[in-house]
Ligand binder design. Structure first.
Ligand SMILES: [Zn+2]
Length: 435
């Protein structure tokens, strides 16, 4: 019985119906090109590269390409042209490319968003470093006055549009627009450097996102999304940190993964530690990570609450994959409900995107101005501020008396206040260096 069933399954897999290619879409990312074939039926295929000149051949078995491949938009991609030719059984698609690319492929069944079968072809650039094991080399960070690095992750992208609003606004576009506004704000602010995880309309795997951020030595990771719910009335923004359960399972994953051993957790290598100690180090790091995330998250909610209604007033917890990095505080922000017609309109408007970016920016900077990581310009700035005591000049005060009373050198007092001489006036605010 079982054998017959197996045989029937085998027969079935060889008798796929004829497939029509109805569309070909192309997405370019900094390190790869993705082609998606839209089909009415699943298709058997073979894919291989050829050199001189460089090209990729895709043989589709029992299939017809219905579209004019010369009309596929290839602007800015590694593909220079797409040609097709009839074969005895099916069709051959040839991609003319300008460099050596390594092909791989997989098939996808129809889902809620895509009603078609899809054949996905990925062409990876050869020679460029693939994002492999995360390498976070804290000791190579310039100490002293480095900038705080904020990784900005626009969710979804490319073939993955995320949620779609009733008026067809797509999450992937909205969150990239907000991400770009956020990047601009951080570029202008001294002491911070933004790092954009996604820079265009292409997909990045969830683990790759945190790995890119870790490789960029990010101090903080913020992933931007827009919610959707079956009821259009659902509204408001929310902020998520990694849940306790997610943290526990992530600690276990790091312990289980031998590749992470040469890695550094908060600047400490795990390589030479026994399992108990590793667990403790990871736990501590994870706790610090989650506390910082929650701290920054409540500052963000505070600012977001002023420009939009909040879906949840507190920082929520979830086991989202992008939040899983043991030593990098991370937040996921749902910037509103794209499924709500009013919020969809908001999210699609430049003005609102800027307001949302500003609220997130203020939340993050509020947090880091108060809790700057060691060795940063912000930490130096905070130390300088904390070393000064405020003083308001009273009737009869002279600068030299103030200096003597507070036990500081008059030159230091002048320097701390940018004074060229000893002229002061009643009510003037001075900063007195602490001794
Ligand atoms: Zn999303």
């Amino acid at each position: 019985m079982i054998r017959w069933l197996a045989l029937a399954g085998l027969l079935f897999s060889f008798t796929l119906a004829h497939a029509d290619v109805k569309d070909i879409r192309v997405w370019q990312s900094p390190d790869s090109t993705r082609l998606v074939f839209d089909l009415d039926e699943p298709v058997k295929h073979k894919i291989f590269p050829l050199n001189n000149p460089n090209r990729i051949v895709i043989d589709l078995l029992d299939a017809t390409v219905l579209i004019d491949t010369r009309k596929v938009d290839l602007d800015g991609t590694s593909i220079k042209g797409i040609r097709t030719g009839k074969r005895k059984k099916g069709m051959r698609v040839v991609l003319d490319i300008d460099q050596t690319l390594k092909p791989s492929s997989f098939s996808l069944k129809p889902n809620d968003v895509y009603k078609n079968h899809r054949l996905v072809i990925d062409l990876k650039r050869v020679g460029t470093r693939q994002i492999a094991a995360p390498v976070k080399k804290i000791e190579t960070r310039p100490t002293g006055k480095r900038n705080v690095i904020i990784a900005i992750d626009a969710g979804h992208g490319g073939e993955d549009p995320g949620a779609t609003g009733p008026n067809k606004t797509r999450e992937k576009h909205v969150v990239l627009a907000i991400a770009r506004e956020l990047e601009k704000l951080f570029k202008k602010r001294a002491g911070y450097s933004p790092f954009m995880v996604r820079t265009g309309d292409y997909y990045i795997g969830l683990r790759d996102r945190t790995e890119k951020a870790r490789a960029a030595n990010a101090d903080f990771f913020v992933s931007l999304h827009a919610d959707a719910f079956k009821h259009p009335s659902a509204h408001g923004s929310s902020v998520y940190v990694l849940s306790d359960r997610g943290a526990t399972s992530e600690t276990a994953r790091w312990l289980a993964n031998k590749e992470n051993e040469s890695d550094l957790i908060g600047g400490v290598t795990l390589e030479d530690k026994d399992d108990d100690l590793k667990m403790t180090l990871l736990d501590l790091s994870m706790t610090y990570q989650r506390n910082s995330s929650k701290g920054a998250g409540s500052h963000i909610l505070n600012h977001m609450g002023r420009i939009s209604r909040l879906h949840k007033k507190r920082v929520e917890e979830a086991a989202f994959a992008v939040l899983k990095a043991p030593d990098m505080p991370a937040l996921l922000i749902e910037t509103g409900f794209i499924s709500n017609p009013k919020e969809e309109k908001n999210l699609g408007s430049r003005r609102y995107q800027q307001k949302m970016a500003k609220a997130i920016f203020k939340g993050i900077t509020d947090y880091f101005d108060e809790h700057p990581p060691e060795g940063t310009l912000l930490a130096a700035e905070l130390a300088r501020k904390q070393s000064l005591k405020p003083y308001v000049v009273r009737n009869g005060d002279t600068l030299s008396e103030i200096a003597v009373k507070n036990g500081v050198n008059i030159k230091a007092l002048r320097r701390a206040n940018g004074l060229k001489n000893d002229v002061i006036h009643v009510g003037q605010k001075l900063s007195i260096p602490r001794t």
